[in-house]
Write a protein that binds this ligand. Sequence first.
Ligand code: SAM
Length: 213
Amino acid sequence: MRLRNKPWAKEKIAAYPQYIIPNPEQYKGRWHEVFGNENPIHIEIGTGKGKFITEMAKANPHVNYIGIELYESVIVSALDKLIEHNLPNLKLLNINAKELANVFAMGEVARIYLNFSDPWPKKRHEKRRLTYRSFLALYEQILVDEGEIHFKTDNQGLFEYSLVSFSQYGLLLTFVSLDLHRSDFVGNIMTEYEEKFAAKGNRIYRCEVKYPS
Ligand code: SAM
């Protein structure tokens, strides 16, 4: 993600606490109160400019969505979409995924989406990949029994690495496509990166895995 300096981003985020939740640790174990219902919670880690999570929230009003993004300068674009569509089932968090266990209680999340995660191709940066085993352990802490990870990328190296990482961790592979856009998969919602890379002719890889019960 190319980061543009947006000095006004912090102020804008602070002006919309109903959409980008400040101090989200205070809601650990109580996210259903924030949404005002008991619907399942699905989170996207590295939500970027928010196209995917906004369209998912529009299409699935009976699921609660939380988009998580590290950079203020990026999450403000997701905020703009949420202001425009005012979706009651979508919230945003401006946090690092490393903080997940401080923000969600055990079993509070039903599904995690990882879309076009940064590949960190150098071996010495392996621990930063969002499908590295320490992240899989973190996800296990907050997911329900048989909780799912849905993962998409155009990066073949990251995809192959992730399949191995999932398998070594003991996750069960329930869906895999090595060419999503030329498959019979129905209902795909494209992310910003997916649109960009698919337009260049890149193949899109997708899998679903679940934690054993
Ligand atoms: N998912 C979007 C898409 O497909 O268009 C954005 C993809 S972009 C390559 C990856 C995003 O993940 C960036 O916006 C980056 O800031 C965010 N990200 C990377 N590591 C993160 C972390 N540890 N916690 C939260 N967000 C992270």
